[in-house]
Design a protein around this ligand. Structure first.
Ligand code: FE
Ligand code: CA
Length: 517
């Protein structure tokens, strides 16, 4: 019995991330060139830890990243100071070729609510030093949370210079809301080019696309500075895909092979918890994250489980339709999140103790309907194409008395600030939540931009709309108020650009709806 207890204790001590002094394992390994070309990252802070990420790739655009198909011995270190004089956790890792020599280390046993520094060591190479932090203790009334959210970074549309401004901000967290890569090329007007202009389909092709994006220094610096939490939209796989449906009508069993490759490459290049590792074409990325009792984040997956878009133009994909003519839209069984995620979210709402509840999700939730003459139109890829699912979600917010709900969204490459209502057409329908839509890091807005005055006039629940700038949103929660600053850069056609605050909005605790300040 005693021996068994001692054995269990030993096992616990081993799995606990303490300093392991022996470095014999990695001394012999040497690389032909620097292996940390894709930078380092951290994510998913909890009160006692976070996830650390890197991927060894001396030649990032080559299959295998320029490494032999064998595990590589390496280690990571977490310190209380930038100079690593006080290392508080360290562990050996042996990333192998199955997951592109990526590491997803879940560090535990740290102090709540403080900053740490981390680095990776492999052979004689040392990674850049990243900075990250733990979340406040569970149940602690944190005074303040500062975060940025961003989405949509088409490499060919321009430089990710918005991140140069983001890293100068005083933030706890970055939330990315989808379109981390783009599968398709512009084929004209490129500011810079995809290495390969064909769409990726195989695992090696997606890995190469991610590797090219991850080679961007501005993107690397934003990962280096803050922990990230992420969700995806369509372009991580294919434009406007829905569940197992591709817009061009590829048979589902064929498309699912492509989705599996894309999901795997996504996992391999982001600081996701190891528990999110995909299995074939299935990968659960929806989750929640607590910031003491101040805020809860709900990271939602709007792609993997959704019903096909209503009334498509082609075999599948989004379409501009007149809602009065599209019968599919009235089908109450259609879903954006899928039944399992929807039920999970409703349960999380029921148990939430947070003062602010942030729904981080990819696509526009507010109704955006435009008229021209007799014709009305909505875009079916966003929540407008899933009106029954949107109503169920907002009814769940009301029924569970969710405190201070704020939705943050991406996808449309424009800033919007909106009141969310159960009935967008009913003037008497109360405002039940606020929505902030970030613009894009680089991706250009579509034709909506020209229609902005009309959109704002015809959709009175929009408090603001602007398609002129690329950028991100700087948000903070403190003193019973949610603040949002919409940050825009002047140009993404140059490596550097000035940034300005386009508008400031606040949501007061207990009063749904954003107010311009
Ligand atoms: Fe996008
Ligand atoms: Ca999108």
């Amino acid at each position: 019995m005693v021996a068994r207890r001692r054995f269990l204790k030993l096992l616990a001590a081993l799995s606990f991330s303490r300093v392991v002094p022996a470095r014999a394992t990695d001394r012999k390994f040497s690389f032909d060139s620097y292996p940390f070309t894709l930078g380092v990252a951290s994510g998913y802070p909890t009160p006692d830890g976070f996830v650390l990420w890197t991927r060894l790739a001396p030649k990032p655009l080559e299959p295998g990243g320029g490494l032999a198909p064998a595990p590589v011995p390496m280690r990571w270190e977490v310190a209380e100071d930038r100079g690593f004089s006080k290392i508080v956790a360290s562990r050996a890792e042996f990333p192998g070729p199955e997951w592109a020599h990526s590491v997803h280390a879940e560090v535990r046993g740290l102090e709540p609510d403080r900053w740490y520094w981390y680095r990776f060591l492999a052979g004689d190479a040392v990674s850049p030093v990243g900075r990250t932090r733990t979340a406040p203790a569970a149940g602690a009334a944190a005074a303040r949370l500062r975060f940025a959210f961003a989405s949509c970074q088409h490499f060919e549309h321009g430089y990710f210079n918005a991140y140069q401004h983001m890293v100068a901000d005083d933030l706890d967290l970055v939330v990315f809301l989808g379109d981390y890569i783009y599968e398709s090329s512009l084929r004209r007007n490129q500011v810079r080019m995809h290495e390969r202009t064909d769409e990726p389909v195989t695992l090696d092709e997606y890995r190469a696309r991610y590797a090219q994006y991850k080679s961007d220094k501005d993107l690397q610096s934003a990962h280096l500075a803050f922990p990230w939490i992420v969700t995806w939209d369509d372009h991580e796989v294919d434009n406007d895909y829905a569940n197992d449906q591709q817009e061009d009508g590829t048979p589902p069993e064929v498309f699912l092979l492509r989705r599996a490759a894309a999901y795997q490459a996504y996992y391999e290049h982001l600081p996701l918890p190891a528990g999110m590792r995909p299995s074939g074409p299935a990968m659960q990325i929806y989750t929640d994250l607590q910031w003491g009792t101040l805020a809860s984040f709900y990271l939602l997956d709007g792609r993997q489980y959704r019903s096909p878009q209503a009334c498509p133009r082609k075999a599948g994909g989004g379409n501009e339709v007149d809602p009065r003519e599209c019968i599919d839209l009235r089908d109450s069984t259609r879903t954006m999140l899928g039944a399992v995620q929807e039920a999970w979210l409703d349960r999380r709402f029921t148990s939430s103790r947070a003062s602010w509840n942030i729904l981080a999700q990819p696509v526009l939730m507010a109704q955006r309907r435009s008229r021209s003459g007799e014709r009305e139109s909505i875009w079916t890829d966003s929540w407008d194409g899933y009106p029954a699912a949107r109503k169920r979600l907002l009814e769940s917010v009301v029924a569970r008395k969710l405190v201070n709900p704020v939705v943050i969204s991406g996808d449309v490459h424009m800033n919007f600030v909106a009141d969310l209502k159960l009935d967008f057409d009913g003037d008497r329908s109360p405002v039940i939540a606020s929505e902030f839509v970030g613009t894009s890091i680089t991706s250009s807005p579509g034709s909506w931009q020209r229609n902005m005055p009309v959109i704002l006039a015809e959709n009175r629940h929009f408090r603001y709309g602007n398609g002129e700038h690329r950028g991100y949103v700087r948000a903070s929660i403190a003193g019973g108020r949610f603040n949002a600053e919409l940050v825009g850069v002047d140009t993404v056609r140059k490596p550097e650009s000035r940034a300005l605050v386009l508008a400031r909005f606040a949501v007061e605790s207990g009063r749904a709806g954003p107010q311009k300040i």
